[in-house]
Design a protein around this ligand. Structure first.
Ligand code: HEC
Length: 149
């Protein structure tokens, strides 16, 4: 290998590396928090029904339990810490229905993937009903007005 070819290879290698690093970085900053989408409703627009909550549970078991755990508490996780979805006090990206929707649709932090390709909006709102059902009572009431005393 001539010196020139070697230099060229090194240059190509370096620029490829830089491009990858840059791509990685923009990916990281893109998903640094839920996208700030003002069109997302603050309160779940899908009316609460037990059927909707049950469909939400199915979405949860299919897409979320692998990281957040069967019961939402993420206690078995060893690779990275997925959020305890039963404890709104510990959530970093907000606790309104709209915040849950955005985190799910667009991703949250560095390790929470976006689900906009897997779940449509209706399914995500059903998921929000399910997440409320596994959370504390005071957060649940808002989501289930029909259950209020
Ligand atoms: C690949 C693993 C993984 C999967 C699958 C996953 N999550 Fe997450 N999720 C995470 C991690 C890790 C975080 C913590 C991100 C952070 O705080 O930086 C998180 C954070 C969240 C948050 C934000 C909590 C807060 O602090 O505000 C919500 C809401 C959430 N996940 C819901 C879901 C739902 C709903 C699903 C299924 C559709 C799901 N996640 C699937 C790993 C995952």
């Amino acid at each position: 290998m001539t010196v020139v070819t070697r230099a060229l290879r090194v240059a190509t290698f370096l620029s490829l590396g830089l491009a990858t690093a840059a791509a990685g970085q923009s990916e990281a900053s893109r998903s640094a928090g839920p996208a700030d989408d003002p069109t997302v409703a603050a309160v779940n627009p899908t009316p609460y029904t037990q059927a909707a909550e049950k469909r939400g549970r199915t979405h949860y078991l299919r897409h979320c339990q692998i990281c957040h755990g069967f019961d939402g508490r993420a206690l078995e996780n060893i690779d990275f810490e997925a959020t305890d979805l039963t404890d709104p006090e510990r959530w970093r990206f907000g606790a309104t229905d709209g915040d849950l929707f955005r985190s799910t649709k667009f991703g949250a932090g560095l390790d929470m993937p976006p689900f906009e390709a897997e779940l449509d909006d209706e399914e995500i709102w059903e998921l929000v009903h399910y997440l409320r059902s596994i959370g504390p009572e005071e957060y649940r009431a808002a989501a289930e007005p029909e259950n209020r005393p």
